[in-house]
Design a protein around this ligand. Structure first.
Ligand code: CO
Length: 136
């Protein structure tokens, strides 16, 4: 069902200093940057081999990532598994009785399709299923 660990999502208070750290100190190339207003985040993808670090900065305190940072501080926010067919992966999880956040896949950054499982279903790890766009 899963092809790889696609990325880890890391919640950060501010995007630019976090990008500088990952790019300039850890030497991960910045591949993509995008604001997703409907999710209340500005995101950046940095490459590491076949995988990525996804930095997530909240657009406001009342956004999901803003609330996450207020409650738990900056840090690992979610783990994302890459799938060829997010629709069928989500259906598999639904059939297994897992609690879902997204009943249907929705648009993620860089043209991907994503769906989140509830952390209560996965031992406390917010889990994302991601189907990258065809050209990534
Ligand atoms: Co993600």
């Amino acid at each position: 069902m899963f092809e790889a660990l696609d990325h880890i999502g890391v919640a950060v208070a501010e995007l630019d200093p976090a990008i500088e750290f990952y790019r300039d100190v850890l030497e991960l190339p910045l591949e993509h940057r995008e604001t997703v207003a409907e999710q209340g985040v500005e995101a950046a993808l940095l490459g590491v081999g076949e995988s990525h670090v996804e930095l997530l900065a909240p657009l406001g305190a009342e956004t999901p990532v803003g609330k996450f940072i207020e409650k738990r501080g900056p840090g690992i926010h979610h783990a994302a598994y890459r799938c060829r067919d997010v629709e069928s992966a989500l259906e598999h999880c639904r059939a297994a009785g897992l609690r879902l956040i997204d009943e249907r896949p929705r648009r993620g950054i860089r043209g991907s399709l994503v769906a989140f499982l509830h952390p209560a279903a996965t031992g406390g790890v917010l889990t994302e299923l991601v189907q990258p766009a065809g050209d990534h």
